[in-house]
Design a protein. Structure first.
Ligand code: PXP
Length: 237
């Protein structure tokens, strides 16, 4: 079974546009779960342009499924995660000011840093996933630094999907087999949508979780949040 974790960053972005509390992020998180979402993902960035650090404790008290906090492990981020103890932390090497995450970790070059940070989270009982491109050396590197899971960066897959979907998914398929062999759990995310999700799931054995934000919230403008979550769940069934 592949779980759908709804990334609610875009909801926070709309809220922040007016300075009030509309839409109410905490209510939306509860509703996503009510509508069938199997996890809630947030990605606080240093400029707090969508999720704010102050949102996290409130969300932590209401999320009943799986709470996943993702982001670049700066000292502030590490403190936030350790204080709030989500079920999972996903480490993402995004530079400050970047529009969105666009690459995974160099799990070899950054091995000593990753090992230290991952050990800190794991000793606090938090499952650690790290964002990687679908390349064997980075998957092996993720195992060596002690990650529990990897999250495949699916941006390139999504962009190539419309040209040649078999080619687009090939490296993910190969790396998933490797991850399964060496005992790493597999998550995936970025630019997944109603067109490309089912094919991805069918070709990535052992896919445990996808986190989806941008396309899902855009679809919800047309179909409503409840229907949209059902539509994504159907792609994963
Ligand atoms: N995974 C990571 C690490 C991300 O940074 C993001 C975007 O915040 C996502 C998944 C979700 O991507 P999207 O919003 O394109 O669904």
């Amino acid at each position: 079974m592949t779980k759908l974790s709804v990334n609610i960053n875009k909801v926070a972005l709309i809220r922040n546009a007016r300075g009030g509390n509309l839409p109410d992020l905490v209510q939306v998180a509860m509703d996503c779960e009510e509508f069938g979402g199997q996890g809630i993902t947030v990605h606080p960035r240093p400029d707090e342009r969508h999720i704010r650090y102050a949102d996290i404790p409130q969300l932590k008290t209401v999320v009943k499924t799986e709470f996943n906090i993702e982001g670049n492990p700066t000292p502030d981020f590490i403190r936030l995660v350790l204080e709030n103890k989500p079920h999972q932390v996903t480490l993402v090497p995004d530079a400050p000011g970047v529009l969105t995450s666009d690459q995974g970790w160099d799990t070899i070059g950054q091995a000593s840093f990753l090992k230290k940070v991952i050990a800190e989270f794991k000793s606090a009982g938090i499952r650690v996933s790290i964002f990687v491109d679908a390349e064997e050396k980075f998957v092996e590197g993720a195992k060596n630094v002690g990650a529990d899971r990897i999250e495949f960066y699916t941006g390139h897959y999504a962009h190539q999907f419309y040209k040649n979907k078999e080619e687009a998914v090939e490296s993910h398929h190969r790396c998933a087999i490797l991850a399964n062999e060496i005992g790493l759990g597999i998550n995936a995310g970025h630019d997944l949508n109603l067109d490309n999700l089912r094919f991805y799931k069918e070709n990535v054995p052992g896919l445990l979780e996808v986190s989806i934000g941008h396309a899902l919230i855009c679809d919800a403008l047309y179909y409503g949040l409840n229907n949209t979550i059902q539509m994504y769940l159907r792609q994963l069934s």
